[in-house]
Ligand binder design. Structure first.
Ligand SMILES: [Zn+2]
Length: 316
């Protein structure tokens, strides 16, 4: 397990790079355990001419400016140091993205780290302040850890993060917020019984399968209350995704996989999958594509819906 922190400079020019100035990391046997290894490098900035406000205030900026190390050499050393470790934690999101961005900018491989814990999110959860991005120094103060090192130095920040993690319960460290979907109605975060698959068709046209009332009238897996699906978003392969909402229990995902088994007719396999991260991600990706608006839903409903998604599509 590795805790990673980066300091970087965005500059003020058009070059799309959060240029990494320092990489700090510590190794632990497990999150909440003692530090067993340390990595720290300062990287000489060469891309942006100017430093942004945050970078100017970095306590170790001089060390980066005086460093001879290139990003590529730093990454070779970091890959060596990581060895076979792939689990990674950090204070807040964004560090792995920045690492990846720099890696592809310089065309240099980065270690295959995968995020397993956002310690900031775990801390907010345990402190009863879910959804708040609490500054590391506040968490350190809250945990009564003596703050003898500068903040915003990547190495001190990972050491602080490792110490804050020692104060967190296993429950907090493994806690994940329920996934959210755009649009009205939050995704139901309660487990529900496995829903039987349903076969739709065979029908001459694949869109007829998507339009079939038998496919579109869905019952809440928890209370059975019915509601209509009005549009389907193209997923991967022959899958279409949608969701429907129970006023009491929230939103549920729905998947339809089309196939053309024989004689040119189309049939669909309809499932109500559990809202795992992967499935929510698939659905969010599908929402960016042009939906199939079901025939038989009222026009008024279509207009309202397409305007809503159209507005949303413009945002990142
Ligand atoms: Zn319900």
């Amino acid at each position: 397990m590795i805790i990673l922190d980066l300091e970087w400079n965005r500059g003020y020019d058009q070059k799309p790079l959060d240029e990494i100035l320092q990489i700090g990391a510590v190794r632990l046997d497990r999150l909440g355990g003692p530090i067993t290894g340390v990595f720290n490098v300062y990287i000489r900035p060469v891309v942006h001419k100017k430093f942004d406000k945050g970078a100017k205030k970095l306590p170790s900026l001089r060390a980066s400016l005086e460093s001879e190390l290139t990003f590529s050499a730093a990454m070779a050393a970091f890959r060596d140091w990581c060895g076979g470790d792939t689990e990674c934690a950090a204070w807040g999101p964004g560090d792995l993205d920045a690492l990846e961005q720099n890696g592809s900018y310089w065309d240099v491989p980065i270690p295959p780290l995968r995020p397993v814990c956002d310690v900031q999110r775990a801390f907010s959860h345990q402190a009863g302040a879910e959804g708040q991005q609490i500054a590391l120094w506040r968490a350190v103060e809250y945990c009564r850890i003596p703050d003898i090192f500068d903040y915003h130095d990547a190495l001190s920040d990972v050491v602080y993060t490792a110490m804050v993690a020692q104060f967190l319960t296993d429950e907090a460290l493994s806690w994940e917020p329920p996934p959210r979907l755009p649009g009205k109605g939050k995704l139901c975060d309660r487990p529900f019984p496995d829903q039987p698959q349903r076969k739709i068709g065979p029908l001459p046209d694949p869109m007829q399968v998507l339009d079939a009332p038998r496919a579109r009238l869905r019952a809440c897996p928890l209370c059975g209350k019915r509601s209509w699906i009005t549009s389907w978003y193209p997923g991967n392969d022959q899958e279409y995704l949608s969701s429907f909402c129970c006023e009491e229990h929230g939103r549920f995902l729905c998947s339809m996989t089309l196939s053309q088994p024989e004689d040119g007719l189309w049939q669909g396999r309809l499932t109500i999958p559990a809202a795992t991260r992967e499935r929510v991600w698939d659905y969010k990706t599908a929402l960016c594509r042009t939906p199939h608006l079901c025939k038989g839903s009222s026009k008024k409903r279509h207009r309202r819906r397409s305007r809503c998604w159209g507005h949303r599509r413009g945002r990142p």
